[in-house]
Design a protein around this ligand. Structure first.
Ligand SMILES: [Zn+2]
Length: 464
């Protein structure tokens, strides 16, 4: 489809200020990795090729030979930038081309069958994703011999900030910012949901943003393939509490992609208000805040809740809906915005809007137009200045993500061997493989970086 001439939205590129982008965030206070600018500190090194065994790092192995001369830009030392649910992320330099990339360490992989399968799942997903609004693996570090294989390092694109840092910053967010962020969240989520993947931890800190306002969903540590069998129990230890859907708060044994849409609704409200929408101290209080806004749910709306949670809800004095309060979130809370927000914040997951329907809501139109006018990589401008648009603005996955492989793996050793083989298959034969440089000054703090602050892990569900 060719659309002639820019609209009033076109080519006005979005940006958020770089001073904001370079703000510290979680990583800047951690680890002490910002140890100056001496070359030789670089965490990453190119593995020696054609000279016997590669000088990869493994925790219990002999010291490797010295790494090749570093090419690190002295102005940009390797440093920690954040913690996911199950990993530590550093900003590092790729010694092959000097490009700054993100290096994620997935430690303690083989402690149990559950943890090793979870890491393998995350790794497979990162290698599977091919979408502008979903973070994917650029490379995986060459693993040591399977006997020494304990940790996994994945390289992804480096984005300067995330939506949490932007929301808490003094940066002005226009309605255009909100629309283009919301559009990209839904666009990425449509891709995930058509792949049958539930993210299960959508929150502002897991939405990376670069200085041009391009947004990517990251951190698949809690993601899984949807469960078609409604009789199968799914874990409730998912989703950071403020963004957790009411059915999970009420002990539902089975839930769907609608839990991610609830989280998006909370983030939409937070973008408008510049404060967390439902900020409670405990899961029970979280439910309390939700019902203060939406009113006491009907029995029908609580059909997935466990009996204890239903009894708790019915014992309390009924509350009226105060949904009109959403208009006071901000001057940007127009009727259209509140209409979409209410559709995302439906108590009953069966009545909650789907990602596909949300993308068809009129509130999203301007975000779509702006994104494809100057931010995407799927459309382009011809030499004569005509914008040539893609035929599919919000692509689905070609094939769903397959999780049948998980069922065949019954022991930690089987997972370890399968993962080792998988990584070997992913390594790009045309590029020199990368490895960790254990002699680098920054490596010590990198190696000792702890996984996720306890406060960042989803709290345990309430026992109803
Ligand atoms: Zn496009």
């Amino acid at each position: 489809m060719a659309v002639v001439g820019p609209s009033r939205h076109s080519r006005v590129s979005m940006s958020v200020s770089m001073s904001l982008m370079q703000g510290g965030g979680a990583g800047a206070t951690a680890g002490g990795g910002t140890t100056g600018a001496h070359p030789g500190q670089a965490v990453l090194a190119a593995a020696a090729s054609g000279q016997g065994p590669p000088n990869y790092y493994h925790p219990n192995g002999p010291a490797p030979p010295p790494p090749p001369p570093p090419t690190q830009d002295p102005a940009q030392p390797d440093r920690p930038i954040g913690y996911g649910a199950f990993g530590v992320v550093w900003a590092v330099t790729d010694p092959r081309d000097g490009r700054r990339v993100a290096l994620k360490k997935l430690p303690n992989v083989f402690q149990s069958l559950v943890s090793s399968k979870r890491v393998f799942r995350e790794l497979k997903m990162l290698c599977f994703f091919k979408h502008e609004n979903v973070l994917s693996a650029l490379d995986i570090l060459q693993p040591p011999h399977v006997d020494f294989f304990q940790e996994i390092y994945v390289i992804t694109e480096l984005l300067q900030s995330d939506l949490h840092k932007i929301i808490v910053s003094p940066q002005h967010l226009s309605v255009d910012h909100i629309k283009v962020f919301l559009y990209q969240i839904l666009r990425g989520l449509k891709y995930l949901h058509t792949a049958r993947i539930l993210h299960r931890d959508i929150k502002p800190g897991n939405l990376l943003v670069n200085s041009n306002c391009v947004l990517k969903i990251c951190d698949f540590g809690l993601a899984r393939v949807e469960e078609p069998d409604k009789n199968k129990h799914m874990t409730q230890e998912v989703v950071t509490q403020y963004y957790r859907a009411p059915e999970i708060l009420m002990g539902a044994r089975h839930y769907t992609a609608a839990v991610d849409v609830w989280s998006v609704g909370c983030i939409f409200g937070e973008l408008l208000r510049r404060r967390i929408l439902f900020q409670a101290q405990s899961p029970v209080q979280q439910l309390e805040l939700i019902t203060e806004l939406l009113g006491t749910p009907s029995l029908e709306d609580m059909k997935y809740a466990c009996e204890g949670a239903k009894t708790h809800m019915l014992r309390r004095a009924p509350k009226p809906s105060s949904i009109a309060a959403l208009y006071t979130l901000s001057t940007q809370a127009t009727h259209e915005a509140v209409h979409l927000l209410c559709a995302m914040l439906m108590f009953d997951p069966d009545k909650r809007i789907s990602v596909v329907d949300a993308l068809a809501h009129p509130y999203i139109d301007e975000g779509r137009l702006r994104y494809h006018s100057c931010m995407c990589t799927c459309c382009y401008t011809s030499n004569s200045g005509v914008r040539i648009y893609t035929t599919d603005f919000e692509p689905a996955t070609v094939n769903p993500f397959d999780d049948l492989w998980e069922r065949k793996l019954g022991t930690v050793q089987q997972v370890k061997e399968a993962m080792h083989t998988f990584i070997g298959e992913q390594l790009n034969s045309t590029r020199v493989p990368l490895c960790i440089n254990p002699q680098s000054a920054a490596f010590k703090s990198f190696a000792s970086s702890t996984v996720a602050h306890p406060s960042e892990l989803p709290p345990s569900p309430h026992q109803w």
